[in-house]
Design a protein around this ligand. Structure first.
Ligand SMILES: Nc1nc2c(c(=O)[nH]1)N[C@H]1C(S)=C(S)[C@@H](COP(=O)(O)O)O[C@H]1N2
Ligand SMILES: [Mo]
Length: 312
């Protein structure tokens, strides 16, 4: 499949259709039609091993959480396919355990560690966040994870650590989409160090109290709720501290469309569509998109003096 710069826009609206199909499957699951569907196609509630959660915080202003079926069935994870229902269908090829993560680069205490050992170092909390995709849909998700700041404290960055680079697994056997040059693989993302240690920045290992499904980036992924969803790199194998600003996958693919900061900004349109409004999956009407996805009071000061039109 050749690289198509419009690959994502074609997905910008048909989620209404997708949701109707899910409703149909839900109805069908109760009867004979449901019996014929593979388990993966049946709509249901949270599945998977429960995670020990020590604290629950609602950071979505009491908004209704998006259903499990939507959070785990309508995904962007191009390594598992480019259609929204592909990642759930194809997640079986990804083996998130055992799994090793490297914490490396400009730190005093680099470590290569089994993901469950890493998770045992930190109390896990549930954080309900609004999530805004660059494609102008949004969801409300009860993530389970720990603040990246806690990990940063533990590995002790050197004074040269100005940025953090995140790298997804490169293994076409587990992530078959990597056989096609849709994007450059592995998927890479990055944050400034001050963004990385911001208390909202979460390393996520679960959702809805359960261990993260493959399609959501098991066993460990990044979540930065004031930025567009593409910053949240999935299925991480490396977290590297470095002096230089890291390359990022969507910026490499289309630098005029996707910047490094990628802060949610209703005032800066994508060159091919407006970012002023968004559709919460499941809603009929669109709603206005909020600056920094509604987290401006907590993060706007990080960008004081920066022209956010130029630095989109
Ligand atoms: N490795 C990897 N990470 C990724 C992506 C991807 O294609 N590959 N898609 C990104 C995009 S565009 C979004 S909106 C979020 C979606 O996360 P979710 O499926 O858990 O909602 O994952 C992000 N992380
Ligand atoms: Mo996205």
């Amino acid at each position: 499949m050749p690289f198509r710069p419009d690959l994502r826009e074609r997905d910008a609206t048909p989620e209404a259709l997708w949701l109707r199909r899910r409703d149909f499957l839900k109805l069908g699951a109760a009867g004979a039609v449901g019996a014929m569907l593979p388990a993966s196609a049946r709509a249901g509630g949270p599945e998977g091993a429960a995670l020990p959660v020590t604290r629950r915080v609602d950071m979505a202003g009491g908004e209704k959480q998006s259903p499990w079926d939507v959070v785990t069935g309508y995904n962007n994870f191009y390594e598992l396919g480019t259609d929204k229902e592909d990642p759930r269908r194809n997640a079986g090829s990804l083996h998130p355990r055992p799994w090793t993560v490297r914490i490396e680069g400009e730190v005093k205490k680099p470590v290569t560690v089994d993901v469950d050992t890493l998770l045992s170092w930190f109390p896990l909390e549930e954080r309900v966040y609004r999530m805004r995709c660059v494609e102008a849909w949004s969801i409300v998700v009860p993530w389970v994870g720990f603040p990246l700041a806690e990990l940063v404290k533990r590995v002790q960055p050197t004074s040269r650590a100005k940025f953090v680079a995140f790298t997804t697994l490169l293994d076409p056997k587990q992530l078959p989409g990597e056989r096609w040059p849709v994007l450059r693989w592995p998927y890479v993302e990055g944050l400034r160090i001050d963004e990385a240690v911001h208390p909202l920045t979460l390393m996520v290992a679960g959702v809805y109290g359960r261990v993260l499904p493959g399609q959501n980036g098991a066993p460990l992924r990044l979540v930065v709720p004031w930025k567009y969803g593409f910053k949240g790199a999935k299925s991480l194998v490396s977290i590297r501290f470095q002096e230089e600003q890291p390359a990022t996958t969507w910026n490499l693919a289309a630098p005029t469309e996707y910047g490094f900061l990628a802060n949610v900004n209703p005032a800066v349109d994508h060159p091919r569509w407006s970012q002023a409004r968004e559709r919460r999956l499941g809603d009929f009407f669109k709603r206005p998109t909020l600056p920094f996805n509604g987290y401006a009071d907590q993060v706007a000061s990080l960008y004081a003096g920066i022209d956010l039109r130029k630095n989109f």
